[in-house]
Ligand binder design. Structure first.
Ligand code: CA
Length: 227
């Protein structure tokens, strides 16, 4: 049975979500502040964490950052409406997805299923060691490492996924929509400009730093890595 941790200070929401998840057959636990939530997330092995952003004690982003130093548990952030910065910082800090409050429980359940499916397929496909190299940029899928001319580059999960997708599809121009689907999952509902944000981060970390031209923008179409 999959175990889900709910970190949410609005106890009414936490209880309602818990009830629905139990009804769906998930095992659940709750924490009402950031610090307790983080302790619980580190102590126990959960299959998924629902993490509110605005939390007393430690805020959700800080909880996520600290969690990611030790664990890769899938995280869906619960963000306030229109808080675009929260979404971007959440994804950048290693969240798998986010959902805007107030949400319909069906939507949350769908996101949870996508998160599980995505993790499942990543685990299954990593049985063979996969290493890619294009123009001096090397990506090791198993080790989740990227290096340029032998020098390691630290990337967030989303940046890594985006780079991985572009490298796997080298010489093929991918649209923002397609990249969104491939990087964030097919059921992902969000702004497509989030891909532009990640391309910018990758360029700062790779192109600018190593003076290379890795990702090419194809105007009006999307992005490509050319070999
Ligand atoms: Ca809150």
């Amino acid at each position: 049975m999959s175990k889900i941790l709910i970190i949410e200070d609005e106890e009414k929401i936490a209880r309602f979500v818990e009830l629905e998840l139990k009804h769906e057959g998930y095992e659940t636990a709750k924490a009402f502040d950031g610090r307790k939530g983080l302790d619980e997330a580190l102590k126990e092995d959960y299959d998924l964490i629902l993490l509110d952003v605005m939390l007393p004690g430690l805020n959700g982003l800080e909880v996520l950052r600290r969690l990611r130093q030790e664990k890769q548990t899938p995280v869906i952030m619960l963000t306030a409406r229109d808080a675009v910065m929260d979404k971007v910082s959440g994804l950048d800090a290693g969240a798998d997805d986010y959902i805007t409050k107030p949400f319909a429980i069906e939507e949350l359940l769908a996101r949870i299923r996508v998160a599980f499916k995505k993790r499942g397929s990543t685990a299954a496909s990593s049985s063979a060691s996969k290493k890619l190299e294009i123009n001096g940029v090397a990506l090791d899928e198993d080790r989740h490492e990227v290096s340029v001319n032998g020098e390691f580059v630290e990337l967030t999960n989303r940046e890594f996924e985006l780079l991985h997708t572009l490298m796997l599809n080298k010489n093929i121009v991918l649209s923002r929509e397609k990249l969104m689907n491939m990087v964030c999952g097919y059921d992902y509902v969000g702004e497509t400009n989030i891909i532009d944000v990640y391309v910018r981060y990758l360029r700062t970390k790779i192109d600018d730093r190593f003076n290379v031209k890795l990702i090419t923008t194809v105007r009006g179409v999307g992005y490509v890595i050319k070999e």
